[in-house]
Write a new protein. Structure first.
Ligand SMILES: Cc1cc2nc3c(=O)[nH]c(=O)nc-3n(C[C@H](O)[C@H](O)[C@H](O)COP(=O)(O)O)c2cc1C
Length: 190
């Protein structure tokens, strides 16, 4: 098992028919996840005991899965290590992991992850693109902004969306449109 790298891997975490961006941490050979309470991912990890880390480079998928659900057709079911798991059809690669809840804080579950199977589906390379990276940054800030309404986060989102506009391509432009709509919807319901 070696697809994920040291540090925090910003993957799309899938559980049964649910997808959300999640940061899988790899430090000193140990995989962990800090999963904030209240999400479907937490609920599913508690019930199902697995998560798949999907490696994806489509900015639209990050924005969509951060804020809403994907249709069932977006998932493929796989059987690994006697376990039926769901991964994304569009994954370039995926790592199925068993989950062990190590502890719970007031805000989050601290989850240990044990990779049981990994697969590369598509051999693709990704030249570094600041537009894509900025969509990831903007989406992280946006998931916090919709919870807190902090105006400093709104400014950071604006900064990253401007960079995504300058450096991105068609998929980044589509992601900007979708993310801007979510932020507007949130502001309108203030
Ligand atoms: C790049 C990125 C990384 C994220 N990492 C985490 C994480 O490690 N833990 C977490 O609880 N939420 C994380 N989030 C926020 C969740 O994706 C967000 O709360 C999502 O709405 C949860 O969806 P769900 O209810 O379908 O699980 C991250 C968001 C982004 C954009």
């Amino acid at each position: 098992m070696g697809l994920l790298r040291e540090g925090i891997n910003e993957v799309i975490g899938t559980t049964t028919v649910n997808a959300a961006p999640m940061g899988v941490i790899l430090r000193n050979g140990r995989y962990t996840l800090v999963a904030f309470l209240g999400s479907h991912t937490v609920e599913n990890i508690e019930k199902q005991g697995y998560m798949v880390a999907n490696i994806v480079h489509d900015p639209v998928i990050y924005v969509m899965t951060a804020f809403e659900d994907l249709p069932e057709e977006a998932f493929v079911s796989e059987t690994v290590d006697g376990l039926t798991v769901h991964r994304l059809d569009c994954a370039e690669a995926w790592v199925a992991m068993r989950t062990v809840i190590e502890r719970e804080t007031a805000e989050a579950l601290i989850v240990g992850l044990e990779p049981v199977h990994e697969e590369i589906v598509r051999h693709v390379v990704h030249p570094v693109n600041r537009g894509f990276n900025s969509i990831i940054e903007a989406t992280v800030h946006a998931t916090r902004y919709v919870r807190t309404g902090d105006p400093a986060l709104r400014d950071l989102i604006g900064h990253h969306l401007a960079l995504a506009k300058k450096c991105g391509g068609k998929r980044e432009y589509e992601a900007i449109k979708i993310l801007s709509n979510y932020i507007e919807i949130y502001s309108a319901s203030d």
